[in-house]
Design a protein around this ligand. Structure first.
Ligand SMILES: Cc1cc2nc3c(=O)[nH]c(=O)nc-3n(C[C@H](O)[C@H](O)[C@H](O)COP(=O)(O)O)c2cc1C
Length: 225
């Protein structure tokens, strides 16, 4: 009987040692996906990149210094029904591009230095907007030094909060720079907007051919079916 007990004890040690062999080191095991806990929220079934169309009219808000965005908006207006606001700087006759874009550069730098302060933004002509009637707002902006042109940032600084929950489409015109900085500005200034994706980037050299790009973009974002 004693021998039998020794034998059992020896077998238990062997099994125990095998269970802790280095091959099973948990540190080296690949992470196992947790199949989910009862409390985990369900993933949406068919996530749509763009929010559902909301009711209400469309509004286009834009600024344009050398009229490329103005031309793009002119074409857009032949394709959708929308009210339009053109933002105008309060100080007239400034040449933002003179002296290697000195004034435009200084305005963008002031905003970058202190984006939370109203005094960082160049003054614009006052605009009255009843945002309640709009479900979709298309913001059309020139790019300045990788950012949204300063006067349009002023408009959004003052009115972005009123655009909460609305569908926001973004159109950006630049010579060549990519538009991610302008997208960030729009999201900072309209923190609760339902942004349509993708944004539409039209290089200044493409301005006169913008019609088909806008047709495609309106379909892609679900603005038109
Ligand atoms: C102050 C200023 C800064 C600019 N910075 C850039 C830039 O960094 N990269 C770029 O590709 N284009 C830059 N541009 C060019 C404009 O983005 C481009 O010409 C755009 O089409 C202008 O639109 P608008 O004619 O509606 O004003 C700049 C233009 C200005 C006036």
């Amino acid at each position: 009987m004693k021998k039998f007990l020794y034998l059992l004890f020896a077998m238990a040690i062997v099994v125990g040692l095998n269970a802790c062999s280095p091959d099973d080191d948990p540190v080296n095991e690949p992470p196992v996906e947790n199949p989910g806990t009862p409390d985990a929220p369900d993933e949406p079934k068919n996530p749509d990149p763009n929010p559902n169309p909301t009711t209400g009219k469309a509004l286009i808000v834009y600024y344009s210094f050398t009229n490329n965005v103005h031309t793009v908006v002119g074409d857009l207006r032949t394709q959708i029904k929308a009210d339009v606001i053109r933002v105008e700087p309060a100080e007239k006759g400034l040449d933002y591009a003179a002296n290697n874009y000195a004034i435009g550069s200084a305005q963008i730098q002031a905003i970058r230095n202190n984006p939370g302060s109203a005094s960082s933004y160049p003054a614009i002509d006052p605009v009255e907007v009843d945002f309640g009637q709009y479900g979709t707002i298309i913001v059309a902006a020139p790019l300045w030094w990788s950012n949204m042109a300063a006067p349009l940032q002023t408009f959004l600084f003052h009115h972005g909060a009123e655009m909460a929950g609305k569908r926001i489409g973004l159109i950006v015109s630049s010579s060549s720079s990519g538009i991610s900085g302008v997208e960030s500005d729009a999201k900072r200034l309209i923190p609760d907007g339902n942004f349509l994706t993708p944004s539409l980037w039209i290089r200044s050299s493409q301005t006169s051919d913008c019609h088909s790009m806008i047709v495609r973009w309106l379909k892609e974002t679900g603005f038109t079916k």
